[in-house]
Design a protein around this ligand. Structure first.
Ligand code: ADP
Ligand code: MG
Length: 319
């Protein structure tokens, strides 16, 4: 049976060229570049809460890092370093090897070095901490939205939630749609390039992890503004367009979590620049609404301007 230090040595000790000192000492030594502040974020994945027992470890490795990198994207930060704290019920080397493969494939894609962590025995739980760099004055915060800003969404929401509905037997997907929705759920792609490019353009940003409306509400609360979202402007992915359950589709679009797209606000004079950025990145960027003066609240309207009743804003662990 591998020991704790065998596992660390075999699977988590890689050279970290971007660190002064990486894995192996009591702490790592990191030096942000001149003019940069550190953007730091952490997210936990628990078996039975965030993923089902038996989940493919490579996908878990990807997702544990991806959800964290998504937070750096939403700050407009360049991802640099990660720490990994993992509790494992047993020292299953094949499992750890596969987990590490998924983790490092995504880390390498974004130039992220693993510089430390903790490995212990316990019910399967994974906590990743990421560190990125952003000039402090250009960080994309939740509190910068102003009345009159356009509200933008990258990609489309709802595919991950529809994938989850399929897994839970609440929807029936097949073929390409099934593959796409389950991929969105299992292996989300953090919008790091977009986040970095939105510095100086977006006034506020957040990543959609809990639901479009729920996460937009966080911007509204932090900024002290209201919003109108046009449901007919929301991009609708093919799997949702093909789904016969209109109520489920609407819920996935407005309240589905786990997509890890970015919602951001920007003054209208940036419209053309954002359209050009969308073309350059090959990523849909859609104006879905407007920031309004008023108490934090979001109203959803249809094409005629009529208010659309909304049952749910998103996911909450405690409600
Ligand atoms: P300490 O007892 O000083 O906290 P540990 O024995 O927990 O150190 O860890 C030894 C080294 O291995 C440290 O540099 C730590 O950051 C690193 N490490 C432990 N677990 C992991 C992991 N899962 N991923 C990356 N680095 C790890
Ligand atoms: Mg120590």
């Amino acid at each position: 049976m591998a020991s704790e230090f065998d596992l660390i040595g075999r699977y988590f000790s890689r050279s970290a060229p971007s660190a002064l000192l990486g894995v192996g000492d009591d702490g790592a030594l990191l030096q942000p570049r001149t003019g940069m502040s550190l953007a730091v974020s952490t997210d936990m994945l628990l078996e039975g809460r965030h993923f089902l027992p038996g989940t493919d470890p490579a996908k878990l490795g990807h997702k544990a890092l991806a959800v964290n990198l998504s937070d750096l994207a939403a700050m407009g930060a360049d991802a640099r370093w990660a720490l990994l704290a993992i509790a494992l019920p047993e020292a299953n080397e094949a499992w750890v090897a596969s987990f590490a493969k998924g983790f490092f494939a995504l880390a390498d894609l974004h130039g992220v070095d693993l510089v430390g962590g903790d490995t212990t025995r316990g019910p399967l739980a994974i906590t990743v901490t990421v560190l990125g760099e952003v000039p402090p004055e250009l960080a994309l915060r939740r509190d910068g939205a102003l009345a009159g800003d356009d509200i933008w969404l990258s990609g489309a929401t709802g595919e991950a939630a529809l994938g989850l509905a399929h897994v839970q037997g609440r929807a029936r997907l097949n073929g390409e749609h099934l593959v796409q929705c389950v991929a969105r759920l299992d292996t989300p792609q953090p919008r790091l390039e977009l986040g970095g490019r939105l510095r100086g353009i977006a006034r506020s940003a957040i990543d959609v992890s809990d639901g479009l409306l729920a996460d937009l509400m966080h911007i509204l609360q932090a900024s002290g503004v209201a919003a109108e979202v046009r449901i007919d402007h929301l991009p609708v992915a093919a799997a949702l367009a093909a789904c016969g359950d209109a109520k489920l589709v609407r819920d996935c679009l407005l309240a589905g979590g786990d997509d890890y797209e970015l919602v951001f606000t920007a003054p209208p004079h940036h419209h053309a620049e954002i359209a050009a950025l969308s073309a350059e990145l090959g990523l849909a960027l859609t104006a879905i609404g407007t920031v309004m003066p008023g108490e934090p609240a979001v109203v959803v309207r249809d094409a005629s301007g009529a208010e659309v009743p909304v049952a749910r804003h998103g996911f909450d662990h405690f409600s």
